[in-house]
Design a protein around this ligand. Structure first.
Ligand SMILES: [Zn+2]
Ligand SMILES: [Zn+2]
Length: 210
């Protein structure tokens, strides 16, 4: 498996490139900014982009998605509950960040339980609402990409439009804490962790799962 993390943009959102080492088929998760950097990595590694996957619709995670789609012809995938965020600069907060305004659409939607394949790699979609209503995590092999749902020792904010604290806690407990301790957590901001560490030390995790 090819895996590359890039911290992009002023809000330092993590963009991840995951690819099948044999077929070179790749998924770009959260291309938030710096399209040149993303394209360079794709070209240097001879990757063929099959999917652009957005963990949710905030501007720091979607800012370069449309440019990436135009260059690679890969479809943009998002949970339908966050479509309105992609389409509205106020809802994705690009109007307020003081950088370029982001508004685009897609008709490729992901639901809980969907599987996207990169050769023999299976990317399983986990719907984890709470940070936004269309927030997803992506589970593949021993890795889960958690977007702004779960961070190392923290969780995503729930004070944005569509945020819900009880819902994000429920999402984390029912969709992420059921995974094995060794599963690597690759979040939308900040450093890597794993499920076992978060289960035992994350102050937001429901105690009954410890
Ligand atoms: Zn966010
Ligand atoms: Zn973010």
């Amino acid at each position: 498996m090819f895996l590359k993390k890039m911290e992009l943009g002023s809000l330092k959102a993590n963009c991840y490139i995951i690819a099948n080492s044999d077929t070179k088929y790749a998924a770009i998760i959260d291309p938030g900014d710096a399209i040149d950097k993303i394209i360079n990595t794709i070209e240097e590694n001879n990757l063929k982009v099959k999917y652009i996957i957005l963990t949710h619709g905030h501007c720091d995670h979607i800012g370069a998605a449309e440019e990436l789609k135009n260059i690679t012809n890969a479809p943009i995938y998002v949970h339908k509950n966050d479509l309105a965020l992609l389409e509205d600069k106020n809802k994705n907060y690009s109007a307020m960040i003081g950088r370029k305004v982001v508004e685009f659409s897609t008709d490729n939607f992901l639901e809980d339980g969907d599987i996207l394949k990169l050769g023999n790699l299976k990317l399983e979609i986990l719907h984890t609402p709470g940070h936004t209503q269309g927030g997803i995590c992506i589970y593949v092999d021993d890795i889960v990409f958690t977007g702004d749902t779960l961070f190392a020792n923290s969780i995503g904010r729930t004070d944005f439009v569509g945020g819900d604290y009880n819902q994000i806690i429920d999402s984390i407990n029912t969709k992420l804490m059921v995974l094995s301790d060794y599963v690597r957590v690759l979040p939308g901001h900040g450093p890597e962790s794993n499920i076992g560490v978060e289960r035992s030390t994350n102050p937001f995790i429901n105690k009954k799962y410890i």
